[in-house]
Design a protein around this ligand. Structure first.
Ligand code: PLP
Length: 354
């Protein structure tokens, strides 16, 4: 079965070999405050900063999931309220989780086929942080780099970004936001159970100003530990090890990004040419890493079933598009050969059943 599920998604095939290396290396049995662990963590962070072209003054922490990052931001970077700008299920969930911790936080919904209005965002003068979803996994939209650049010019507030389904796939304008985070079971091609949080000096300053240290995962406490290449709690050492190995193996992100953008362009062209309807009509806001195709409920169910029978797993729809769309992950671990198999299937399907 080949999978195009946008998370958990296909892991790099090299993982099999790295798992066995991890076992043999002994790293899985060492204390997380010991020299070998600290060395492994340091190397993983350095390789990640190099390959993902992360600015030198941004810090990298590992946590357990994107969901945990939602809570860390709410606890430690938001004093009273944050503003959540969203158009789909993940951005909305982030707001809902935050409201349990900081009830005054509010949302600004925008339409699937448009960009959020910057004037509306900066109108919320008393929010402590602006929360954006770089790539809305539920509907296949993304915010273009130019949006981050414009917003940054017009606000002094910290900008935090959920980039779970795009980090390690496409380049980001890192400096135009203060926190970027992702779980690794999507675009990184790694098994679940680890997230990456990338934090600017300005975000660290805001955390220090707020001074929140009440939780095991308070940002300042996490940071104190990571500055020593340690972690607040016994971490997912296997996940960190695998992330380090995959980061060694992959090309520089700017190169991967060109390939992903080319593949995405091909996908969108192919889909419209072959009689499929892309959920997002406005090309400017289409995602490069998660492609959503819309259709009638029965049509979608039938195509997913036929795909499974052909050894191909498509991603289900999500949230309000659960039954009226399917999703195709365009992540770096997926090979061109696999993409071609899916294209052959989709083409044949539209010519016969469609
Ligand atoms: C998958 C996903 C999450 C949740 O990730 P977990 O690892 O389950 O916490 C959050 N945000 C986005 C955009 C996602 O795609």
């Amino acid at each position: 079965m080949i999978t195009f599920y946008p998370g958990p998604s296909k892991v790099y095939p090299e993982i099999e070999h790295y798992l066995s290396d991890a076992y043999k290396s002994g790293i899985l049995s060492v204390n997380h405050r010991s020299e070998p662990f600290m060395k492994m963590l340091k190397e993983t962070i350095e390789t990640m900063k190099l390959k993902l072209e992360i600015p030198a003054d941004y810090e990298v922490y590992f946590c357990s999931s994107a969901t945990e990052c939602w809570e860390i931001i709410a606890q430690s970077l938001v004093e009273t309220k944050s503003l959540h700008v969203f158009n789909g299920a993940f951005g909305e969930k982030w707001m809902e989780y935050t409201q349990k911790i900081k009830p005054a936080s509010s949302g600004l919904f925008f339409d699937l086929n448009s960009l959020p209005k910057i004037a509306d965002i900066i109108g919320y003068q008393d929010s402590d942080a602006i929360c954006l979803t770089h790539n809305e996994t539920s509907n296949g939209t993304a915010l273009p780099d130019s949006f981050f650049e414009e917003l940054r010019k017009l606000t002094e507030k910290i900008i935090t970004v959920d980039a779970t389904s795009s980090m390690a796939g496409v380049v980001f304008p890192w400096k135009e936001a203060d926190v970027w985070y992702a779980s690794v079971q999507k675009c990184f091609g790694l098994p679940a159970g680890l997230s990456v949080m990338i934090v600017s000096p300005k975000a660290v300053q805001q955390a220090e100003k707020i001074g929140e240290r009440d939780h095991y995962n308070s940002l300042l406490f996490v940071r104190d530990n990571f500055l020593k290449y340690q972690t607040p709690y016994t971490p997912n050492a296997l996940g960190i090890y695998l992330a380090g190995r995959v980061m060694q193996q992959v090309e520089m992100l700017s190169e991967i990004s060109v390939q992903m953008k080319d593949r995405a362009k091909d996908w969108y062209q192919f889909l419209s040419k072959s009689g499929y309807k892309v959920l997002v009509e406005n090309e400017e806001v289409r995602s490069d890493t998660v492609i959503a195709v819309s259709g009638e409920k029965q049509q979608i169910a039938a195509i997913k079933k036929a795909a499974t029978e052909n050894g191909i797993m498509l991603g289900n729809g999500y949230g309000s598009w659960k039954e009226t769309s399917f999703r195709i992950a365009n992540f770096p671990a997926i090979t061109l050969d696999e993409i071609n198999q899916l294209k052959v299937f989709l083409k044949t399907y539209s010519e016969t059943a469609g």
